[in-house]
Design a protein around this ligand. Sequence first.
Ligand code: DOR
Ligand code: ZN
Length: 344
Amino acid sequence: MQITLTRPDDWHVHLRDGQALATTVPHTARQFARAIVMPNLRPPVTTVALAAEYRARIVAHLPRDTRFEALMTLYLTDGTPPEEIRRAADSGFVHAVKLYPAGATTHSDAGVTDLQRCAATLDAMAELGVPLLVHGEVTDPEVDVFDRESVFIERILQPLLSRHPGLRVVLEHITTSDAVDFVAACGPEVAATITAHHLLYNRNAIFAGGVRAHYYCLPVLKRESHRRALLRAASSGSPKFFLGTDSAPHARKTKEAACGCAGCYTAYAALELYAEAFASVTALDRLEAFASFHGADFYRLPRNTDQVTIERSDWQAPESYDYLATESLVPLRAGEWLRWKMLG
Ligand code: DOR
Ligand code: ZN
């Protein structure tokens, strides 16, 4: 069986920088026409000038004859001035601003400590229609790790939307039925991305026979009822939910460590993994809208016009990819079987 669909876009990806781009850029550009590139580098991408330089480094790693557009984002800090938002809106290549609550995840130490400090900047974003992309987890160590998303919605996101009506928000990589319900109940200015790994796995995967480092990401995988809610949302046809892999590479030794990094690497077979998830609920006919239409519509960009084909055939994922010259990168599903294959 083969399925042909409009070429998809990835509305949330980590490409990293330097030598990592030699691995990540060809993988993402093979599947996707465009990708929203996360700015959590060290130092973070906080200005349009830095985003322009980062974009050039990405473009330099594109394989010959590959058409791919890196849609850049800025990393919001307590000190991001409203003028930077105006520069972003005028740039034509910066498409959003990312909120990492300080301390929430990988390279988030420069993130926002108190959103009230960003009020003027958020007003400029609302006025200019620049979306705020939200890592939706509280950082309060008293809050249970599995509750951090739902507590964020209640304590931070709901008040934020009340203070800034009209602000366009994408709640990134949602993991709970609470997030699904919240986003569904908001107006069209609020949407969400969903990863392939949160559609395919529940939290048992992290502990199957021992600690499985490669299934550890943030927000952490949740219980089965939440996975089911995400599958329903992704395949519902609602334009509020769209594809964002959150593919997040880390060198093998930094994942398989006493204190391992958070992130699943899925870019090498992203569409295949999403196809498997949609097939599991006999919703393959809904995959194209989720993967190729809803995100472009939310970002007010044209839908892609070329197509990709995936085929129902088993193939084995590699054990690892070369990464950072001397490191290796273990993808999600390493050495295991995948059920769909993208042609070409
Ligand atoms: O699992 C994750 N990895 N979640 C994030 O929020 C960040 C990402 C990364 O950059 O490694
Ligand atoms: Zn991410």
